[in-house]
Design a binder for this molecule. Structure first.
Ligand code: BDP
Length: 609
């Protein structure tokens, strides 16, 4: 699925801005066809943004059900000769879209784009009205799963409804990403797929172009200065590039792959796709990027910030990337859902490596008595949606050089037998749509043997020793981590990535000796885990949980959100950030001078005295 980009044949109009908004607390809107005329009694709402934290109204923050968005716009009559597409970066979690009172599309799933041809619904000479009904409820078939439970008590005999979620982030909702209208030639390019390679100065690019059969396809590869380094004709083929520049973490050389089509009696089309040449290989103990061992230093992140909730925001994005560079980090996982396309584009440009995750989170109830994979829990419909999400994520992100691995689930109940046939199908889908990239999923520290590890290339482990187990016992962490890593390495002979580890700390709380929730405790827990990591040669990376503090649902284990960030939610560093900065810059310097390698011995100043 192509990101809307301008070219001499393509025009893009960003509909982001201040829209009219109305929460439908009585569930009347669809029944009474609110979309037929302009919405009344609306409030202003920024798009993109979550709607939850924008007003002072607690009932909107915790709202459950349909909300309506509306905006007005004009299009140029010149666009009549074009195909005009309406595209949403995402709508969380379900959307029905109406243009000038008529339904034009529906979409399920809150983290991926959707679009449709709206040429026939537009008024090219008058005002157009776009109305979107967005619903934030989750059930057992959605990704992520959830369930609405009805409760009552003596004070509320009439009952009330609660959205249960089994994941640890606030269920932000709304139009979280940009909304575009864009015009392309009616016989234009529909899709482009590239797979690239790089070995010792030799680059390769295999491509496949989806365009109407009658069009002639020309492709050219331009270097960063705009010089043509390869060209070909035809809808599929392979380009060889000698003296090629690789896309490397930290040195992200981007070429431009220019695809042009000409069709008799129809307008020409041009799409320019940034591409990076790089290769990936996984061995039992290494993750090789361009033939060199790559060690992941970074985080599990969230799309989360003050006021905006999960809404895409260039300020937050660029600040976050600057902080990653400041720390010497080289990668992150898009826990626990696909992030905005603008973030993926920026990671390509910034040379930050990404593990790209589908929104399959909360498929583990943390309760041994609950059989997760039964009909009233995760079910066949969930599986269909999971398969669809994998397919759509790959369709969206497969051309990004920054994406080096797909993460197909976070902490599912992989110790249950029913998990195997389920994940066999999910894995099949990923392999079918991308035969090149490795796949992974994250594991919890359950004792039972994992039923699906053999299906994956890299095993990601989430560990919280001295936090959720043996709380306060920092002295146990190193040994427990070592034992766990040794078990997984010997059992599966696959590379391991410590994909989550960390402790909550409230910025400004100090304690020496360290106690839980102090900044010191967070540092010492991370340090102890990393001592074990440094001793295990099957580990290919460390992703601390989490980059920044983030919002969650309210509960007695969360102090205004999850505080495992090494930055506060406002992106100010805690002690752990300074600790990681030191370690990761040392590792980076070592990589730069001696070639990529693991830091085998911690320098003494990083050891706990
Ligand atoms: C892990 C989850 C993550 C949570 C984290 C925590 O993958 O989403 O936020 O625990 O509890 O199990 O902080």
């Amino acid at each position: 699925m192509l990101y809307p980009r301008e070219s001499r044949s393509r025009e893009v109009k960003d509909l982001s801005g201040i829209w009219r908004f109305k929460a439908d607390s009585q569930a009347q809107g669809l029944k009474n066809q609110w979309f037929l005329s302009p919405l009344t009694e609306t409030i202003p709402m920024p798009v993109p943004s979550s709607y939850n934290d924008i007003t002072q109204d607690i009932s909107l923050r915790d709202f459950l059900g349909d909300v309506f968005y509306e905006t007005l716009f004009h299009v140029s009559p010149y666009w009549q000769a074009k195909k005009v597409l309406l595209r949403f970066g995402s709508a969380t979690h379900k959307a029905i879209v109406f243009l000038n009172g008529q339904e034009v599309m529906r979409h399920h799933g809150g983290f991926l784009p959707f679009e449709t041809d709206v040429s026939a619904f537009l008024d090219f000479y008058g005002e157009n009205r776009l109305t979107v009904c967005v619903n934030n409820t989750l059930d057992w078939s959605s990704l992520p799963p959830g369930e609405i439970t009805s409760r009552n008590d003596a004070d509320h005999p009439e009952g009330y409804q609660v959205q249960e979620t089994y994941f640890d982030f606030f269920n932000y909702a709304g139009l979280h990403r940009k909304v575009w209208l864009y015009a392309i030639p009616p016989q234009g390019i529909e899709d482009i797929q590239v797979d690239t390679s790089y070995e010792k100065g030799q680059g390769g690019l295999t491509y496949q172009i989806l365009a109407p059969e009658e069009s002639q396809v020309m492709v050219a590869l331009l270097d960063a200065q705009g010089n043509k380094v390869a060209e070909a004709t035809g809808a599929s083929g392979h380009l060889n590039i000698t003296n090629a520049n690789a896309w490397e973490p930290g040195q992200p050389y981007l070429y431009r792959f220019q695809v042009s089509t000409t069709t008799e009696n129809a307008a020409d089309d041009v799409y320019i796709l940034p591409v990076g040449l790089r290769s990936i290989k996984v061995t039992p103990k290494q993750f090789l990027l361009n033939g060199k061992p790559f060690y992941f230093r970074g985080f599990g992140k969230h799309e989360d910030s003050d006021f905006r909730g999960r809404g895409y925001d260039a300020v937050t994005m660029i600040k976050d990337f600057n902080l990653l560079h400041w720390l010497g980090a080289n990668s992150f996982r898009t826990s626990h859902y696909p992030y905005a396309e603008e973030i993926m584009n920026f990671a390509d440009e910034q040379g930050i490596v990404i593990i790209d995750e589908v929104p399959a989170v909360g498929m583990h109830l943390f309760n041994a008595d609950q059989q997760v994979f039964t009909q009233d829990r995760v079910n066949d419909k969930t599986l269909d949606n999971h398969i669809q999400a994998v397919q759509d994520l790959i369709a969206r992100d497969r051309n990004h050089p920054c994406v080096v691995m797909w993460c197909l689930a976070n902490e599912a109940a992989t110790y249950e037998d029913a998990c195997l046939p389920y994940f066999e199908k999910v894995v099949q889908t990923a392999r079918k749509w991308d035969a090149h990239r490795p796949i992974t999923l994250t594991h919890t520290p359950v004792k039972e043997d994992c039923k699906v590890a053999h299906l994956f290339d890299v095993l990601c482990l989430n560990r919280y020793y001295s936090w959720y187990s043996d709380s306060g016992h920092l002295e146990l962490v190193e040994k427990q981590t070592l034992n766990s890593l040794a078990y997984w390495a010997e059992r599966w002979h696959k590379p391991l990535l410590l994909s989550e580890f960390g402790a909550d700390s409230i910025a400004g709380l100090h304690s020496e000796p360290p106690v839980m929730f102090s900044e010191e405790y967070q540092v010492e827990m991370i340090r102890a885990m990393l001592k074990a990591v440094d001793a295990c040669d099957a580990v290919i990376g460390e992703h601390v949980w989490n980059f920044a503090d983030f919002a969650t649902k309210q509960g007695i284990t969360r102090v205004m959100g999850n505080r495992k960030g090494v930055f506060t939610r406002q992106r100010q560093p805690k002690m752990a950030a300074h600790f990681l900065k030191q370690r990761w810059h040392d590792m980076k310097d070592k990589d730069d001078h001696d070639g990529p390698s693991r830091l085998s011995d911690l320098p003494p100043y990083l050891m706990r005295q």
